[in-house]
Design a protein around this ligand. Structure first.
Ligand SMILES: NC(=O)c1ccc[n+]([C@@H]2O[C@H](COP(=O)([O-])OP(=O)(O)OC[C@H]3O[C@@H](n4cnc5c(N)ncnc54)[C@H](OP(=O)(O)O)[C@@H]3O)[C@@H](O)[C@H]2O)c1
Length: 198
């Protein structure tokens, strides 16, 4: 698969490396004039939006961007964090994923990777075997299955969380993870795993 990763920060660079390791063709789009976002997303089958939520909205509002990604799968990994990282700016009746999807016509938006820390991805890249469940939500079943296969190719478990509106649940899960990591001192190598009891 040809994957465009937009954003080359902590998450973007790690996801790009994991995708390359899994045998995918990866193109990075950034604000570096040598890596234009439009060029990166043009030939891609799938786009990973690895930028802050506000930037993702700005991109989604960009008509040229919207036209270029029409028909493609877009993975939204964002969390709509307040500037102090201690609360979410949207929730309950909507989510970052739905706000992004609203702005993109004919795009298959799938929520994933928002509840896994970049440090967990980096640990995996360094050979660590620790697992974490990646919760995947989306309205297009085929697109969701493709993303779940991608997650598995990175070496993580994936769980179908439901339609895109399930991002209303998974985004607060990321917030709780941040609270545990920073507020309760557990560090950023922790993650969620779905356990089946009994
Ligand atoms: N860090 C985590 O553990 C984690 C976990 C789950 C989800 N997330 C989510 O993942 C997203 C990225 O987080 P991060 O930690 O990777 O942030 P980060 O390290 O600050 O990286 C963000 C990247 O986005 C780039 N960017 C911003 N606007 C852009 C635009 N218009 N076009 C292209 N690139 C743009 C920045 O480029 P510049 O270098 O030019 O500023 C930077 O490289 C956020 O939405 C966050 O909520 C993060």
């Amino acid at each position: 698969m040809k994957i465009a990763v937009v954003g080359k920060g902590n998450m973007g660079s790690s996801l790009a490396e994991l995708a390359k390791k899994a045998g995918h063709q990866v193109v990075v789009g950034s604000r570096d004039p040598k890596q234009p976002v439009m060029v990166a997303v043009k030939g891609a089958d799938m786009v990973i939006l690895a930028v802050p939520y506000g930037e993702a909205l700005t991109l989604a509002d960009n008509k040229e961007f919207g036209k270029t990604i029409a028909g493609k799968i877009v993975i939204d990994i964002t969390n709509p964090l307040a500037p102090d990282y201690m609360s979410l700016t949207v929730g309950h009746s909507t989510s970052a994923a739905e706000e992004i999807a609203k702005r993109l016509t004919g795009v298959k938006v799938v929520k994933a990777f928002n509840t896994i820390f970049a440090d967990v991805l980096k640990t995996r890249l360094q050979g660590g075997k620790g697992n974490s469940t990646v919760l995947v939500a989306g309205n297009d079943s085929e697109a969701k299955n493709t993303v779940m296969s991608l997650v598995k190719s990175f070496g993580f478990d994936s769980v179908d969380a439901g339609t895109l509106s399930a991002a209303r649940y998974t985004e607060p899960m990321a917030q709780l993870l941040i609270q545990l990591a920073y507020g309760k001192g557990k560090g950023t190598k922790i993650g969620w795993s779905l356990a089946i009891a009994g």
